[in-house]
Ligand binder design. Structure first.
Ligand code: ARG
Length: 239
């Protein structure tokens, strides 16, 4: 009986601590300027990535807490332990792989060129030579354009600012990820996407190199969500 009482007390203590403290928190860094992956709606961060990470949180039994910050601050925040993971339509490229681990990829995109509708002289990435091209600071598009010869770039912190300047003919083109570019073209007048596409890029969740246990859990959750239809439902909802 004594033994039973002891285990009962232990059990109750456990239940109470879960009630008092809730689930373990998963701090998630993002940059909510990348529709449809993450953007602000009535002051709240929403989007494909946000739904995906919440579904992952459910699977691994953690409560997701979103922290919105500048894109180029995301990897430093991860390295400084201010967030546990980053989900931000982030391309798993070689340079970043030196600093962080990436989950299995969850989306494939390309860089594309956004132009004014009446622009018919830019037909490929090569035609950007001699032009002024808008890019977002620290995005892979920024890297792609910086590596091109004879192309000048203007760097922006927010994509909508670049779109406005394109519409006002302050810049000749914008290089941006395909899905987000499509989103801007749908919602803004007078701009179009060029058919010719850049290299494919894979989006993945970034995790500190020290946290391999979490990486494995997240990969397992992604696999489950792909199998059980959740992932496809999210694609349908946002793309
Ligand atoms: N895929 C690009 C990159 O990795 C752009 C990502 C921008 N994401 C964002 N949430 N602002 O650089």
């Amino acid at each position: 009986m004594k033994k039973f009482m002891k285990s009962l007390v232990l059990f109750l203590a456990m239940v109470m601590s879960v009630v008092a403290f809730g689930k373990e928190k998963l701090y998630v860094g993002t940059n909510a300027e990348f529709p449809p992956f993450e953007y602000l709606e009535k002051g709240e961060v929403v989007g494909f990535d946000i739904d995906l990470i919440k579904a992952i949180g459910e699977k691994i039994g953690m409560e997701v807490v979103i922290k919105d910050m500048s894109f180029d601050g995301l990897i430093p925040a991860l390295e400084a332990n201010k967030v546990d993971i980053v989900i931000a339509g982030m391309t798993a490229n070689e340079e970043r792989k030196m600093a962080v681990n990436f989950s299995t990829p969850y989306y494939t995109a390309n860089q594309v060129i956004i132009l004014n509708e009446d622009n018919n002289d830019i037909k490929s990435f090569d035609d950007l030579k001699g032009k002024l091209v808008g890019v977002m600071l620290g995005f892979t598009g920024d890297v792609v354009v910086s590596e091109m010869k004879d192309v000048k770039s203007k760097k922006y912190n927010a994509s909508y600012a670049a779109v406005m300047e394109l519409q006002n003919k302050k810049i000749d083109a914008i290089v941006l990820d395909s899905e987000t570019a499509l989103n801007y073209v749908k919602n803004n007048k007078g701009i179009k996407i060029l058919e010719s596409k850049g290299q494919p890029e894979e989006y993945a969740i970034a995790i500190s190199k020290k946290n391999t246990e979490l990486l494995e859990k997240i990969n397992a959750a992604i696999e489950t969500l792909k199998k059980d239809g959740t992932y496809d439902a999210l694609l349908k909802k946002y793309m």
